[in-house]
Design a protein around this ligand. Structure first.
Ligand code: PLP
Length: 430
């Protein structure tokens, strides 16, 4: 099937990027379990290495199974191209890599996944990069944080651990005015609920580990390029606009136009950082994406029902779900993610830290794991796990204080999930 933007999401999630295998006619995308690809002759090999011809050299760079997934994710996001990586965290480094350098910074939201806050506040310093964290609800603070060394703005569409939706349109305006790309982590929304490019984002990153794969089998990530950012408008992005010394002086933007960033990600990012997705992982994620819209509809329906039930329960202090009418982000959610505010939220339990721990330990259907976006319902106490490396102020800013649990609602029967929460809350608050 030829991909055209006139097909609907449900059709594209099954067909985009895939065609019957040219060698065998296999209808499902084969797992090309190979490291290398035979060159036709030395001229063919030279053309591939010169990026004059698109093809396969070595699976650290490209693999046919991974390529189908890249095209599928790019299509679902409405982007020009995508590069898949070994994890969501790898995707974040890969996304920043073409833009950053020693002394340069990214302006990032305080309401981000705990692992991202640690990666950005600690680990990237070793590359000479840095992050400036600001509250993205304070637009003037975001604008004020941008300086001459800023190269990107970073936030999540629906923030992990939940309950917060970023005003992507407003942040994109600030990024545009500064001629900087807005990078949106769209993991918890998925392209079914939110399409950040429609709200002005230049790049999207994913942890495909979560809803895109959808059943907790493999880790993976993706960097998606809208193809619309003008890398040559300023002198801020020399890796893309100027001769790139890491690829014998190739000018990526001039040569590849809207695919410059994607080609850079493969030819230099994957080549030299090696954060490659393997074909088995791509296969599992392709299987997951085939049912993405169906799953997300159920995730959202269940989350709404359960959040509503929890909110009125006397054992609960607060439920932060942007899909609740009482949420301060309810109106914004309807604009940014009109099909639903996801299925991830936090619950403040009366009785604080101890009650949270008891709740987690007494559930039967919910699993206590550091993951989200699984078909199974999951629960986590962020303060003692994913957000443990953060201080209490950072935990509160991220919506992950000591007295809240994070819940990732699965696609089981909502009534069974409510009954399970009910019995565990009774024990937890006794
Ligand atoms: C899990 C997650 C990540 C990191 O992804 P990994 O695949 O675990 O490396 C990044 N951002 C968000 C929002 C996540 O939920």
């Amino acid at each position: 099937m030829t991909d055209t933007p006139t097909y609907g999401f449900d059709t594209l999630q099954i067909h985009a990027g895939a065609r019957p295998d040219p060698a065998t006619g296999a209808r499902q995308t084969p797992i090309y379990q190979t490291t290398a690809y035979v060159f036709r002759d030395t001229d063919h090999a030279a053309a591939l290495f010169n990026l004059q011809e698109v093809g396969y050299i070595y699976s650290r760079l490209t693999n046919p199974t991974v390529a189908v997934l890249q095209e599928r994710i790019a299509t679902l996001e409405g982007g020009a191209g995508a590069v898949c990586c070994s994890s969501g965290h790898a995707a974040q480094i890969m996304a920043l890599f073409p833009l950053m350098g020693p002394g340069l910074n990214v302006v990032a939201s305080t309401r981000a996944y705990g692992g991202t806050i640690t990666q950005f506040s600690q680990t990237i310093k070793r590359f000479g990069w840095s992050a400036k964290f600001v509250d993205f609800d304070d637009e003037s603070a975001v604008a004020a944080a941008i300086d001459e060394n800023t190269r990107a703005i970073f936030c999540e569409s629906i923030a992990n651990p939940g309950g917060y939706v970023t005003d992507l349109d407003a942040i994109a305006k600030i990024a545009d005015a500064a001629q900087l790309p807005l990078i949106v982590d769209n993991t918890t929304a998925t392209p079914y609920l939110c399409q950040p490019f429609r709200h002005g984002a230049a790049l999207v990153v994913h942890s495909t580990t979560k809803y895109l794969t959808g059943n907790g089998t493999v880790t993976g990530g993706a960097v998606v390029d809208s193809g619309t950012f003008d890398w040559s408008a300023t002198d801020k992005f020399p890796s893309l606009s100027q001769p790139e010394p890491a690829y014998h002086g190739l000018k990526f933007h001039e040569t590849f136009g809207p695919l410059a960033y994607t080609f850079h990600g493969i030819a230099i990012g994957l080549r030299d950082l090696g954060m490659t997705m393997n074909p088995q992982a791509a296969h599992y994620t392709l299987m997951g994406i085939e049912t993405l819209s169906l799953r997300m509809e159920r995730h959202v329906a269940n989350a709404k029902k359960i959040a509503n039930w929890l909110e009125t329960d006397p054992r609960i202090d607060k439920v932060t779900y942007a899909g609740l009418p009482s949420s301060p982000y309810a109106k914004r959610a309807m604009r940014i993610c009109p099909k639903g505010a996801g299925a991830l939220f936090t619950v403040a339990v009366k009785g604080g830290y101890d009650a949270c721990v008891k709740l987690v330990e007494n559930l039967n259907i919910f699993s206590h794991v550091a993951n989200l976006g699984d078909a199974r319902s999951l629960i986590l106490h962020p303060a003692s796990t994913t957000h443990r490396q953060l201080n209490e102020e950072q935990q509160e800013a991220a919506g992950a204080g000591p007295s809240v649990v994070r819940i990732s609602i699965g696609i089981e029967d909502a009534d069974d999930l409510i009954a399970d929460l009910d019995q565990a809350l009774t024990v937890a608050t006794a």
